[in-house]
Design a protein around this ligand. Structure first.
Ligand SMILES: Nc1ncnc2c1ncn2[C@@H]1O[C@H](COP(=O)(O)OP(=O)(O)OP(=O)(O)O)[C@@H](O)[C@H]1O
Ligand SMILES: Cc1ncc(COP(=O)(O)O)c(N)n1
Length: 496
């Protein structure tokens, strides 16, 4: 397939005058993903973020005229098909597709809006099924997937993937199974193809679920973005990877738009507009939701909480913590030397000093009577190397993002463990004295300030730098998880 750097993408869909769904969303999504957007309108919909009021469908022959006007003049690299409404309209689109055979055809089989209003006449369902044979990719949500197969809606992810396989087999198309309608903290999506056009039958991408009610038009935006990126890359897997990342950012920043009283739209151009000061840390925190859950699932954290942690693991953790603090202090000192303002310079210098004081206290109060003779562990070394390398090669903004997870995750995990310990009233808990140290108000305040500095730095940085900050933040968070898991792997003295 030929690729094109600025694909010419045609949306065939209904309208949404509030701009969140239908052709309006498609045009924004196509442009946001680097394409040139065009639109032929199937139906005029009087709707807003709260629901659909009425639908006016011009004659199908008029849609055929619009389609002919575009395709007789413009070379079309990709087509996205959304709301069709009636069997007549579907017939006009089917005829046009058979004639023009575009290189990329993505069908979003729109049937019912998020608000619950029908956008496809029930009698047209069979015609829509027939249209699927013209698609390279179909993007049904879970209720639509069920209807297309004449089956009940899948109730879990495995059942959804099985239905995706059935649809792919039945209509010869690749299916993008979307997990947006499943309960839980995850939003999985998967490309499913039983005809061997992908590296595997199921290629899955997971992201955490963004806590927002503003998801109006997510499906429209996803399908038109997929058509656009596919025309540029000719690789469905790469397309979904890029589109999911963009969509995640559009959902994370959707609340900034403040459009409408109901389910508002997503922020298609989030990557082109400066974010408000506190939004960056919120995005970082959201980004590591899975890692945060992973930390609380670790044996080390559970056993530290309930007191069943082997003493040797606890000793290893304390010894590594002391070694880590020495390296972390150097990273904070580096941040201080790079800081652009006296306030930030002083904040990091103070942090660097406190690390050395806490390290000395660890040796004095916790390590002096313990049998732990271990050198620098592999995770400790890699984590410190990552911090110092980020400061050396990336500069101040990235270093700031890299040092924050140590403050933030430690305060978060410590707060949870301390709260649970206090609530249980556990007398005789072997690590009770340690868990009490987590209630340090001074540290909680320092964490708030550190996160505030990161938001200020992000607000004055370019989008490229912010992206690298997010990556540095994510990488340090991975090390935080590995640091808590290290005693299990290395306390016995056998490096894996
Ligand atoms: N709250 C969320 N957080 C992260 N991703 C989400 C969220 N809601 C939906 N998504 C993602 O958005 C895309 C659309 O998913 P969904 O299953 O909601 O489709 P849809 O019902 O067709 O969308 P629409 O809201 O336009 O009707 C998928 O990639 C899904 O994973
Ligand atoms: C014209 C048109 N097309 C599609 C949708 C579905 O979008 P959503 O399910 O997010 O309401 C819509 N509401 N309007």
């Amino acid at each position: 397939m030929e690729t094109r750097s600025i694909p010419r993408v045609l949306s065939i869909a209904g309208t949404d005058p509030t701009g969140g769904a239908g052709v309006q969303a498609d045009l924004k999504s196509i442009a946001a993903n680097g394409g040139y957007g065009m639109a032929a309108v199937t139906a005029l919909v009087a709707q807003n973020t709260r629901g659909v009021r009425s639908v006016h469908t011009p004659p199908a022959s008029f849609l055929s005229e619009q389609l002919a006007a575009v395709s007789e003049d413009v070379e079309i690299d990709a087509v996205k098909i959304g709301m069709l409404g009636s069997a007549d309209i579907i017939g006009a689109v089917r005829e046009w597709l058979a004639e023009t055979a575009p290189a990329v055809v993505v069908i979003d089989p729109v049937m019912v809006a998020t608000s619950g209003d029908r956008l496809l006449e029930p009698a047209a369902e069979e015609s829509l099924r027939l249209l699927l044979r013209h698609a390279h990719l179909v993007t049904p949500n879970l209720p639509e997937l069920g209807v297309l197969l004449n089956e009940p809606m899948a109730e879990d992810w495995d059942a959804a993937l099985a239905q995706g396989r059935s649809l792919s087999r039945r209509y010869g198309t690749i299916v993008l199974v979307k997990g947006g309608h499943l309960p839980g903290g995850d939003c999985p999506d998967a490309l499913v193809d039983v005809h061997g056009r992908l590296a595997e039958d199921v290629v899955e991408f997971r992201s955490s679920r963004v806590a927002t009610a503003n998801t109006h038009g997510t499906g429209c935006s996803l399908s038109s973005a997929m058509a656009t990126v596919q025309a540029r890359t000719a690789d469905w897997t790469e397309s979904l990877k890029q589109v999911k990342e963009w969509l995640f950012g559009a959902l994370v920043r959707a609340d900034e738009l403040e459009v409408g009283l109901g389910n508002g739209p997503i922020h298609h151009f989030h990557h082109h507009t400066p974010r408000p000061p506190a939004a960056f840390s919120a995005e970082c925190w959201e980004d590591i939701a899975g890692l945060r859950e992973g930390i609380f699932d670790l044996g080390f954290i559970r056993e530290l909480g309930d007191g069943s942690l082997p003493e040797s693991d606890f000793g290893y953790y304390l010894a590594q913590d002391a070694l880590y603090l020495s390296g972390y202090s150097r990273a904070l000192a580096l941040a201080s030397s790079l800081a652009p303002t006296a306030g930030e310079q002083l904040f990091w210098a103070k942090g660097a000093r406190e690390c050395i004081e806490v390290e000395a206290q660890l040796h004095r109060e916790w390590l002096s009577d313990r049998e732990v003779s271990c050198g620098l562990g592999p995770v400790t070394k890699q984590y410190v190397d990552h911090l110092l390398a980020t400061g050396a090669s990336g500069g101040y903004a990235e270093l700031v993002a890299a040092v924050i997870p140590c403050y933030w995750l430690y305060a978060h995990v410590g707060g949870e463990l301390h709260g649970a310990y206090r609530a249980s009233g556990a007398a005789g808990h072997p690590y009770g004295a340690w868990l009490e140290t987590y209630a340090d108000q001074g540290f909680a305040e320092a964490t708030r300030q550190a996160v505030g500095i990161m938001d200020d730095v992000a607000a004055r940085s370019t989008e490229d730098v912010r992206q690298r900050m997010l990556e540095a933040f994510r990488e340090s968070s991975r090390y935080e998880l590995r640091f808590f898991d290290a005693p299990r792997l290395y306390a016995g003295g056998t490096p894996a």
